[in-house]
Design a protein around this ligand. Structure first.
Ligand code: SF4
Length: 284
């Protein structure tokens, strides 16, 4: 058995993911004869997406002519031009974009409409940022962190800055700090960070400091889970991101007499966390 198990209170699904999944399940239960699709994977957890898929939810990435049925917009949101196409199609659209992602989209739009060059701190390939960027009509730049901040790439001295909802708080405020030192620039800051994620990051780091082995459960395609694992790894090199409990043995980890910490990303369902806890507690 492990010596001790510490589980993060904040581990697991956030309200945005909870809402998207429960709404999809409700629609699937009610619509026996209607096709139900999500535009892009509903959430970034392959095991949960697989279960929804077995219940009848298919994933589409483009709208085909005369497509019928109900389409659910994923929690990370989609670009405004795709939303327009969906609304003009014959599909019944259910928008499950998380309200915090919506806040980011509105912030980008309002900054751009008011003449600001929009600086987004985040990952430009993440669906949330591809969606948010569309609201700036190309009047924007995405940078990963302060190392990518280059004055020459800013096309105006009137800058509005926002963040991908799930990036570490320090990554955003480090960029803001440097931006504020630029002479003659007008800077407008809109904090679009997600509190739920920051609680997870903070608590997970605290736990990682005090354990022998840290397990972070969540999709390999989940950027918030990856971010939690990266932050934990900075505290404890024996941090492992796993999707399912089976990976503990695949990684040849030995939990006997160890202090084990467990955290999980915002799209990790409770049953995946429970399976891992059971595996750890029953470790011989
Ligand atoms: S992590 Fe935060 S921003 Fe992302 S879906 Fe959940 S509540 Fe919304």
């Amino acid at each position: 058995m492990p010596k001790k198990l510490i589980i993060a209170d904040s581990a697991g699904v956030c309200f945005g993911v909870e809402e998207a999944v429960s709404t999809a399940e409700k629609i699937l239960d009610e619509n026996n004869n209607v096709e139900v699709k999500s535009f892009g994977p509903l959430i970034h957890n392959p095991q949960m997406v697989d279960i929804l898929n077995k219940k009848g939810l298919s994933v589409i990435n483009e709208i085909k002519k005369n497509e019928k049925g109900t389409v659910i917009i994923r929690a990370h949101g989609i670009p405004n031009y795709e939303e327009k196409n969906l609304k003009e199609s014959s599909l019944n659209v259910v928008d499950m974009t998380c309200p915090i992602v919506k806040k980011l989209q509105f912030a980008v739009k309002s900054l751009s409409d008011n003449g600001y060059f929009v600086l987004i701190v985040g990952n430009e390939n993440h669906p949330e940022i591809i969606g948010a960027k569309s609201y700036a009509n190309d009047n924007c730049l995405v940078i990963k962190d302060k190392n990518e901040l280059n004055k020459k790439a800013l096309k105006s001295k009137k800058i509005g800055i926002v963040a991908q909802t799930t990036i570490p708080i320090e990554t955003f405020w480090d960029v803001v700090g440097i931006l504020k030192t630029f002479q003659d620039y007008e800077i407008k800051i809109i904090d679009t960070l997600c509190d739920d994620i920051h609680n997870k990051q903070k608590e997970s780091k605290e736990i990682a400091k005090d354990v022998d082995i840290m397990l972070v459960i969540g999709g390999k395609n989940s950027s918030n889970t990856k971010e939690i694992a990266t932050l934990c790894r900075q505290m404890n090199s024996r941090t492992y991101q796993i999707e399912t409990f089976e990976e503990i043995r695949e990684l040849n980890l030995d939990l006997k007499d160890k202090i084990v910490g467990i955290s999980a990303g915002a799209s990790t369902p409770p049953w995946l966390i429970k399976q891992t806890i059971d595996e750890v507690l029953l470790w011989e």
